[in-house]
Design a protein around this ligand. Structure first.
Ligand code: GLA
Length: 509
């Protein structure tokens, strides 16, 4: 506007010039000639421990294609996306189909919408970067003895899927109360697990302290224990957790001792920023370090490895004292995500067994973005897969449908079968797939999933069950009724994305 005023408003040349200038300004604000190339930084996010998170985006634009790196205290990922004028769409680092963040150039800044928040990135000074901690070499490999826990897949609840950072002492106590009153505890859901964002800062001696949301961890553990439940917690082998809170890097033994002193019964250990320090062939040694530290406390603590299936964790998980290990990226409350995580279990099936389980991530049942039929399939598949059953919903407020899914004792019995075999997929078509799990005592559980968009008549063929004789007894575990195989098969109509789940054999009721 200032430039326009210089050219005598009203004169012909001024009008031409002002029109041109306005057009140029408009073009610039639409991004023509502007670029996303550069280093952008924001430290807008204040963590619950009072520290500031730092996020750096390092981008290069070529045509409409944008490549680069996103770095936070927690992680560093290559990233790709598309620029359309002044609009930017970045795709998820490990899933190029999914939008991870969107952004807009606004003046000098880049405003990104990420995890439902708008973050204003400013052009970054060259000195502004994520601090690199001193390298601590991993220990030599050795076997950590089995801790005797998790003979069947762990069952309980975890705060992350629904509450994320909105978790605190009061909510955990209410969840513990609800675990009892809802019947979840008596159905076997014992662990109440606090996920990320409980961490505060370290004291002068390096001891980790909880942040203001958890005033007294020992008192909380006592409360949870008084309800006949167990308490779980979360940390990372890196300097920061996935939520950018302090991790156990360089404090493994000290943190294990702190957890034991608080009365913790379960530790989920999440790779996160360790990826910026160590390579995948060092995963085993790094997890072993915490496995050993937990074992040395003398307290029985379930050790849950969370490294998204990197480095064939299923092959060495038990050697580092692991009782379960994530085999997938984070689950989302969506049919495709849930099924995708289940499919990743196919290769790992031989490695599951009493004391050590593949973990396709926590349950989303009751979180609202799948149908009842889809949640029944989710619960059934996790049970067929001998997966940990960690509810991820608000136990204080469950619909009847959610209760009936999570508290279906016949399905839970499939998950908790003492033989501890993981189901394999034995048949598959565009419309359905069939999973088969051998059970203790010689029976099987079989699930046929309707993959199509409408109801379908699905069939279990007796010959597919690999039983020594014709199926004598069979039970539908969702209708809770006995069923009869005629002419070597049993059929039923199943809604879209639903499952026909049968127990066949001696204990089929
Ligand atoms: C990772 C894990 C999740 C959860 C979050 C917490 O994404 O895979 O299960 O623990 O970190 O930050």
């Amino acid at each position: 506007m200032k430039a326009m005023r210089k050219f005598h408003p009203g004169s012909r040349s001024a009008i031409v010039r002002s029109t041109l200038t306005a057009a140029l300004l408009a073009t610039a604000s639409w991004g023509w000639g502007q670029s996303f190339t550069g280093r952008w930084a924001t430290s807008q996010r204040t963590l619950d421990n009072g520290e500031q998170d730092l996020t750096i985006l390092q981008l290069t634009q070529s045509g409409d294609h944008v490549t680069g790196v996103i770095k936070t205290l927690a992680f560093q990922h290559p990233i790709e996306g598309t620029a359309t004028g002044n609009h930017l769409q970045l795709m998820a680092p490990r899933n190029p189909e999914r939008t991870f963040a969107t952004g807009e150039l606004v003046g000098q800044n880049l405003e990104m919408v990420w995890r439902h928040r708008t973050l204003v990135f400013k052009p970054a000074a060259t000195t502004e970067d994520i601090p690199a901690p001193a390298y601590i070499p991993p220990p030599p490999l050795k076997k950590i003895p089995y801790n005797g826990l998790a003979k069947t897949p762990p069952m309980g609840w975890n705060s992350w899927n629904l509450f994320a950072e909105k978790i605190d002492d009061a909510t955990v106590r209410q969840i513990a109360d609800a675990m009892v009153t809802s019947g979840m505890r008596d159905a076997g859901y014992i662990y109440v697990n606090i996920d990320d964002t409980w961490e505060g800062t370290r004291d002068a001696q390096g001891n980790i302290r909880p942040n203001h949301k958890f005033p007294d961890m020992r008192a909380l553990a006592n409360y949870v224990h008084s309800k006949g439940l167990k308490l779980g917690i979360y940390s990372s082998p890196g300097p920061h957790t996935c939520g950018s809170y302090p991790g156990s890097y360089g404090h493994e033994k000290q943190d294990a001792e702190t957890f034991a002193a608080w009365g913790i019964d379960y530790v989920k250990y999440d790779w996160c920023s360790a990826a910026g320090i160590y390579k995948n062939d060092q995963l085993e040694a790094i997890y072993q370090k915490m496995g050993e530290a937990l074992e040395e406390t003398g307290r029985p603590i379930v050790f849950s490895l969370c490294e998204y299936g990197l480095g064939h964790v299923e092959q060495w998980g038990p050697d580092v004292g692991g009782n379960l290990w994530r085999t997938t990226d984070d689950i989302r409350d969506e049919w495709t995500s849930m099924m995708g995580n289940a499919h990743l279990q196919i290769a790992t099936a031989p490695y599951a067994g009493p004391g050590h389980w593949n973990d396709p991530d926590m349950l989303e049942v009751g979180n609202g973005h799948m149908t009842t039929a889809e949640y029944q399939t989710h619960m059934s598949l996790w049970s067929l897969l001998s997966a940990p059953l960690l509810a991820g919903n608000d136990i204080r407020d469950m619909s009847q449908a959610t209760r009936e899914i999570l508290l279906n004792r016949e399905v839970i019995a499939i998950d908790q079968d003492p033989l501890g075999k993981q189901a394999t997929r034995v048949a598959q078509s565009a419309e359905s797939e069939t999973w088969l799990k051998p059970l203790a005592g010689g029976g099987v559980a079989v699930g046929v999933i309707n993959l199509s968009d409408g109801p379908r008549n699905l069939t279990v063929e007796a010959a597919d069950l690999k039983l020594p004789g014709p199926p004598s007894r069979a039970r539908n575990l969702w209708t809770h009724t006995s069923v009869v195989f005629t002419h070597g098969a049993y059929s039923e109509t199943v809604p879209s994305h639903g499952i026909l789940l049968l127990r066949v054999g001696p204990h089929a009721g």
